[in-house]
Structure formats: structure tokens, C-alpha cells
Design a protein around this ligand. Structure first.
Ligand SMILES: Cc1ncc(COP(=O)(O)O)c(C=O)c1O
Length: 513
């Protein structure tokens, strides 16, 4: 393919050439954009998609995925199956817990289309009531109150992502306890990457370039209720605006807290009048075998955040459910304008969210996730016993699974930076699973971990095939280093170069030439 066909990639200094630079030229009025939607419906060539993404998207991430042979683009075969560019069949266990009904589930598509074609109300109802928003507010509160009755009068603030749902939760805490400077969070937690959520996501890699972050954050060891109690006593409970926790740490690599931790937090919540936010963005709405993992663990949180599966993964949506007094305190009277967002609560997101919630509840997917999850964990545990040189341990909570791999690469590699070696190991793990026909996820807050988050409605035969494929992958790589070795030295060098400083120069040249 010649450069000429890479419209929108080549650009250059010629003001008449199509591409982003032309937009900046006052002499040229752009009459045609580089890419027409019709071309997309007809299908852009794979090579062009890669080139465009490298040039105008997160190019470095694309280079990493390309070096791992997992960059796609993928074709959807069914909601639970994908095919890569080489025609390899993949069972979809990626999706980061956001796809309870898989990719492009027909009923989710129908819900969106039906709403868009049938509704004659404004989609953005900031200055008016909205039937669809009212319905989702009501149904979410009803679901939470069905297991946590103290929430019967709670209120819902919508947003467009998980991290925004967390921002709202943090604002609720600050507004409720204006004299309390501290917000407590936990090690290895993951709450998102906007500045507020990032401040409580104790991860140096993500935080370092963006400091100073929101002040007054104290990080405690996850699962340690004694540490929480000590912090409340030493800081003074009246100095603590609240605590934010995940009932199971998803991005931390499916870390289930010790038995009794959540019940202990509940005791401290009551004893110290502590405000507790349960971040259920990954765990909520059935994934862990419960509608709300925090409540199942014995906690009655004051605030619950939801996102990922709330719209079946189809439309961005986040929700922060909070006790009425908290919302009233933050948004009183005319100050109710203090918090808003253009797209929050828009009709399409509400309609798709309503449909997803309806399907989840009516299909009893909390119980199904418990049963299917137990079967999956049993298979993975048996595999870990068979291949101890590959898998250090497996962890599961409902249909959230993590395999902690042993050293795929020697920790002494990469300039003796073991964290980098383990990060690269996660990528190589993902690649190995891909080559074995399993589309998996990494962990955003753990290294050396491969996670599996299959759809909650994956048919039993396909679930069985998923575990069979994972077993085959395990038996073919009985020692973790085989995952690295099978990539071959050239690929390892390329990956190591990207890991230590970014893409090697010759990769950049060939991307653009
Ligand atoms: C527990 C938890 N909180 C917050 C977030 C951030 O959500 P989003 O990526 O939609 O901003 C995530 C995403 O993985 C998450 O797992």
C-alpha cells in the first residue's frame, strides 16, 4: 500500500493535502474529511487502521499490542466469540468485567435502536425531568435496597464513566465532612485515572507524572481492618471524611479480602460514624455472584459506585448511589447546580442501562455467576496444581478470575527492574492466551497476572471450551519462562525496548513510512 492511500496519516506540510495539518491552515477550507463513515461501513484495510491509530491515537499502546500480536482489529463472531485478523477463533473472556452479555448482544443493540427510533423526548434533560432517567434511578435504588434496606430513600447521580462516579463519591465525602481533611483508601486499589480517582489509586506508575494530586489521601493495607481502626484513632475519626474501598479488588488481580474484613469495616462505620464508599464498578451487578459484593460481605455502604456492566458495556454510563442526606448536603437548594455533566443521565444511556439491569435481574445472573464461577474456579485450581511451574495461584470471585503467573522472564532482566519484567510478563501471558484461542485481560493494578472475565450469559458449552483451552495453554507452557521463550528473541528485544523507553526507532520509521 502506498502512502497516498494513508489519508489522514501522511498529512505533511502541503496545506492542500488532506489531514489534520490542513485544519490548521487558514488558507484552506476543509471540504472533505480524511475518512468518510461510508469507508468504515465498507471496511478499512487492517494495515491502514493500525497506521492511523499509531499516528493519531495512543501510538505507544498500539505498538505494544502489535509487538504482542494482539492488536486486532477483531471481528465479532458471536457475543462470546471473536476472530483475529489471521482468522484465529477466540473465546471472549476479556472486556474487563464490562460485558455481562458479551460483545454486541442483540437484545442490547435492539434496546438502543428501539429507544433511538421510537422516542420523541429530548435526549439531554438537564433542565427537565426525564422518564428514562427517573426509571433507572428508581430501579437502581430498588435493587440496592432489596439487599441493603437502609438505602430505600437513596438518590442517584449519573455520570459517563467509572472514574467520574468516583469523583462524585469523593465530592460527596468532602461536602459532608468539610472539616475532615482525610480520605482513606487501600493499597493496590484501582478507582480510575481522573485526578481525584487517581489520587486514591495508590499506584506510583500512574500517579508520578501528575503530582501534586488531591491532598489528604491516606493509603492503608488492603484487607486490614486493624490498620483502619488504628488510622481512625490516630488521625481522629472526626478528621476522616470517609473511606473508599473495593469489596474485591478487580484490577489489583482479583484480591478477595480476608473473611470478616467487610463486616469489620461495617462495625467501624457504625462505631465511628464513618462514611464508607463501596466502589462496585467492577464487582457490582452480579459479576462476583452478588448484586453488590460489599453488601454480601456484611457492609452497609453509604455510597455505592457503579459503571462498567451498568449499560451492558454498550453505552458509557456511571452511577453514584448515595444516602439522601449526603446528596442533600452536597446539592442544597439553588446550589444543586454545583454538580452537573452535559451527558450524564442522557436518554440513550438510561434506556440501555434500564434494559441491561432488567436482563440481569430477570435472568438471575447473580446466582448464575456464583454457580458458573465456582465451576470455573474449580477447573483453574486443578490446573494450578498440575502446572505449579506456570501458575503460582489462581483467585476468583464469581465470574472474575485471575491467574498469578510465575516468572515469565528472569527478574534480573530489564536492568534489574523486576516490576518491569513482571509487567512484560503480563503482556506475554496475554499473548500466550491469545495464541491459545482465549481473549483475556491484564490487571491495571497488578503485574504477572492474566484475568478472565467471561460474559455472565456465556453458554455452558462455550464456558466448558474456555476452561479446556486454558488447560491446554497451561499444559503447553508448564514452566512460565516458556511463555517468554515462545515469543522468540527478536520479539523479546523489541518488547524490552518498548518497556524500557518506548518504541524502538526503526519501528517508528516503518510505522510512518
Ligand atoms: C473498581 C474500579 N473503579 C473504577 C474504575 C474506573 O472506571 P472507568 O475505567 O470506567 O473510568 C475501574 C475500572 O477498571 C474499576 O475497576
Amino acid at each position: 500500500m502506498s502512502d497516498d492511500t494513508l489519508d489522514g496519516v501522511t498529512g505533511g506540510s502541503d496545506p492542500s493535502a488532506p489531514g489534520p495539518l490542513a485544519l490548521r491552515s487558514s488558507a484552506t477550507r476543509l471540504s472533505r474529511l480524511p475518512i468518510a463513515t461510508e469507508e468504515l461501513f465498507a471496511g478499512l484495510p487492517d494495515r491502514r487502521i493500525h497506521a492511523l491509530e499509531r499516528r493519531h491515537g495512543n501510538g505507544e499502546l498500539v505498538r505494544v499490542l502489535e509487538a504482542l500480536d494482539i492488536a486486532g482489529p477483531f471481528r465479532r463472531v458471536s457475543p462470546w466469540e471473536l476472530e483475529d485478523a489471521s482468522g484465529r477463533h477466540l473465546i471472549h473472556a476479556g472486556g474487563y468485567a464490562a460485558l455481562p452479555f458479551g460483545e454486541g448482544a442483540p437484545s442490547m443493540v435492539d434496546a438502543a435502536v428501539r429507544y433511538l427510533t421510537a422516542m420523541n423526548r429530548p435526549a439531554f434533560a438537564q433542565q427537565a425531568v426525564s422518564d428514562w432517567r427517573a426509571a433507572l434511578e428508581t430501579n437502581l435504588v430498588a435493587l440496592l435496597a432489596s439487599v441493603a434496606p437502609s438505602h430505600a430513600g437513596s438518590q442517584v447521580l449519573f455520570s459517563n464513566s467509572g472514574t467520574e462516579a468516583i469523583e462524585i463519591a469523593m465530592k460527596l465525602l468532602r461536602a459532608a465532612r468539610p472539616k475532615a481533611p482525610w480520605i482513606l483508601a487501600f493499597s493496590k486499589g484501582y478507582h480510575g485515572k481522573t485526578l481525584g480517582a487517581l489520587s486514591i489509586t495508590a499506584n506510583d506508575e500512574y500517579q508520578r507524572p501528575f503530582r501534586p494530586l488531591v491532598p489528604g489521601i491516606k493509603v492503608l493495607p488492603y484487607g486490614d481492618a486493624e490498620a483502619l481502626e488504628t488510622a481512625l484513632l490516630t488521625l481522629g475519626a472526626d478528621q476522616v471524611a470517609g473511606v473508599v474501598l473495593e469489596p474485591v479488588q478487580g484490577e489489583g488481580g482479583v484480591i478477595v479480602p480476608p473473611e470478616g474484613f467487610l463486616a469489620d469495616v461495617e462495625r467501624l462505620r457504625v462505631e465511628h460514624d464513618l462514611l464508607v464508599v463501596a466502589d462496585e464498578i467492577q464487582t457490582g451487578l452480579g459479576r462476583t455472584g452478588h448484586w453488590f459484593a460489599s453488601v454480601a460481605g456484611g457492609l452497609d455502604p453509604d455510597v455505592v459506585t457503579l459503571a462498567k456492566p451498568l449499560s451492558g458495556g454498550r453505552v458509557p454510563v456511571g452511577a453514584t448511589i448515595a444516602r439522601e442526606t449526603l446528596v442533600r448536603t452536597m446539592l442544597p437548594g439553588f446550589s444543586s447546580r454545583r454538580h452537573s455533566s452535559t451527558f450524564a443521565g442522557n436518554g440513550l444511556a438510561m434506556a440501555v442501562g434500564l434494559h441491561a439491569l432488567e436482563r440481569l435481574v430477570e435472568g438471575g445472573y447473580d446466582v448464575r455467576a456464583q454457580e458458573d464461577g465456582a465451576r470455573g474456579l474449580q477447573r483453574l485450581t486443578a490446573l494450578a496444581d498440575e502446572v505449579p511451574g506456570l501458575i503460582a495461584n489462581v483467585r476468583g470471585a464469581g465470574m472474575l478470575f485471575a491467574l498469578q503467573l510465575r516468572h515469565v522472564l528472569k527478574p534480573g532482566l530489564l536492568g534489574g527492574r523486576p516490576e518491569l519484567a513482571r509487567l512484560l510478563a503480563s503482556g506475554l501471558g496475554l499473548r500466550t492466551f491469545h495464541l491459545g484461542g482465549v481473549h483475556a485481560c491484564v490487571s491495571l493494578a497488578a503485574t504477572g497476572v492474566v484475568r478472565l472475565t467471561p460474559a455472565l450469559d456465556m453458554p455452558p458449552a462455550l464456558q466448558d471450551e474456555l476452561w479446556t483451552r486454558v488447560e491446554k495453554i497451561g499444559h503447553a507452557h508448564r514452566q512460565a519462562w516458556r511463555m517468554g521463550a515462545s515469543a522468540g528473541p527478536a520479539k523479546l528485544v523489541r518488547l524490552a525496548n518498548i518497556a524500557t523507553r518506548g518504541a524502538p526507532d526503526e519501528t517508528r520509521r516503518s510505522d510512518e513510512g
